[in-house]
Design a protein around this ligand. Structure first.
Ligand code: AMP
Length: 421
């Protein structure tokens, strides 16, 4: 199948060929014709599946078929959970619209609002936004959503995980009731189905589950190792393997910082990326990583969501995620575009239960291995002691924060996009 046979215009085909794509991906083959028919679509697709082009191309075609009005009201709204994803989605819109007359912009929190307000004032056909900043700017009358014809919720499962459901409902209330709705989600939980029922109109379900195929293309290795040996093991693997570009996942922001510092001490260039970092720091870390200046990017799940880093050779789970689906998202970062990738998981005794959940989800047994000098010696009693210690540290951390917060007064109220990352 070709992009031309999907009914896309010459202007879009030109942009697609400039990007170097020859064949539409599974999700593109299924979603593009449905969106062009103006159907509401509920699509299961994860990062790496080509989902962005799956909605961006038909949207551009629809908008371009009806000439844009002189004042360019916002005709398409795309909501994303994170700033990085918003920026990437808008980048793709820009590239695909190069030979059309469509204009897009992106708004997200963590950076000054004025340039965003200015861009909106100039008129845009397509707006990509994170929910918090969008509501802020609506509150400031910087934009109106009364002419939106197409709404996309991208990575809707993440938006729910991050507590955006109320914001989404507020935004839905600002849109015209007659519109086309597209919902993309990596997983279909009960909550997603509920949300879909609330705002999609006779949706067509599209499932292009790349998950199994993705998993099959990836070499998965699990090392059983003690918790306190993980840092040494990761340093050994990266140094001895001479791995040039490694994405490492940790469960917490604090853990990401700590590991990144230890890697730096071991002369392995590294940066941490998570929700407590400023937008500038995150962008810098990501571009350093893409350019090869930063060898190891240490990320939390939510911060890594939607990062577009093609052809990553190695992904390491420093800790297993406690949600099995996140494992599939994480390792889906390797083995893209047909290239083989390697996913390594370091599993301590307390994580064996998570490993079982993952095996059940992917329908595959992941036989753990051990390495000389890294044989696990932890016992259940050690795990219990670690848990007690972790609780103590957490309580201490919270009480320190409370004290700090009392001293600082209530001056640091943040909103929207900063929460829970
Ligand atoms: P996404 O799942 O939308 O994040 O896309 C993942 C990556 O695949 C992006 O880098 C896209 O530029 C790329 N991509 C999208 N569609 C295609 C295609 N049909 N052929 C090759 N690469 C593609």
């Amino acid at each position: 199948m070709s992009f031309k046979s999907l009914g896309l215009s010459d202007a879009l085909l030109k942009a697609i060929s400039k990007k170097g794509y020859d064949t539409p991906s599974a999700i593109q083959q299924k979603a593009i014709p449905l969106i062009l028919e103006r159907k509401d679509v509920l699509a299961s697709a994860q990062t790496g599946s080509g989902k962005t082009a799956g909605f961006a191309l038909p949207i551009l075609q629809i908008l371009n078929n009806e000439p844009s009005l002189r004042k360019r009201p916002i005709r398409t709204l795309i909501l994303t959970p994170t700033r990085e994803l918003a920026a990437q989605v808008e980048d793709e819109f820009r590239e695909y619209s190069e030979f059309t007359d469509m204009r897009s912009t992106v708004i997200f929190g963590g950076v000054g609002a004025n340039p965003q307000i200015k861009a909106l004032r100039n008129g845009v056909d397509i707006l990509v936004a994170t929910p918090g900043r969008l509501l802020d700017l609506v509150g400031q009358n910087a934009l109106t959503l009364s002419k939106v014809e197409i709404l996309v919720l991208d990575e809707a499962d993440r938006m729910l995980d991050m507590g955006f459901v109320r914001d989404i409902k507020k935004i839905l209330a600002l849109l015209p009731s007659k519109r086309q709705n597209l919902l993309f989600s990596a997983t279909f939980s009960k909550e997603i189905k509920k949300l879909a029922n609330e705002f999609l109109h006779n949706p067509v379900l599209v499932e292009a589950t790349p998950e199994n195929t993705t998993v099959e293309k990836i070499d998965q290795t699990v090392y059983r190792v003690d918790k306190n040996q993980k840092t040494d093991l990761i340093i050994k693997l990266i140094s001895e393997g001479n791995w040039p570009q490694v994405l490492v996942f940790t469960r917490t922001k604090h853990g990401a910082n700590r590991l990144s510092e230890k890697l730096e001490k071991a002369k392995i260039t590294s940066a941490a990326i998570h929700g407590n970092k400023s937008q500038g720091a995150r962008t810098k870390a990501l571009s350093g990583f893409k350019e090869g200046k930063v060898r190891v990017l240490v990320a939390t799940d939510i911060a890594a969501r939607g990062l577009d880093i093609p052809l990553l050779p190695h992904v390491i789970n420093f800790e297993l995620p406690n949600i099995a689906e996140d494992y599939v998202h994480r390792i889906g970062r390797t083995g893209r575009a047909g290239a083989a990738g390697e996913a390594i998981s370091l599993v301590s005794l307390d994580e064996v239960g998570y490993l079982k959940d993952i095996e059940k989800l992917i329908g595959e047994r992941l036989q753990p291995r051990t390495l000389p000098n890294f044989q696990p010696t932890e016992t259940i009693a050690d795990v219990k002691a670690q848990e007690v210690e972790a609780k103590k540290q957490k309580a201490l951390h919270h009480s320190r924060r409370r004290e700090g917060g009392n001293r600082a007064g209530a001056s640091s109220k943040g909103r929207g996009d900063n929460r829970r990352r």
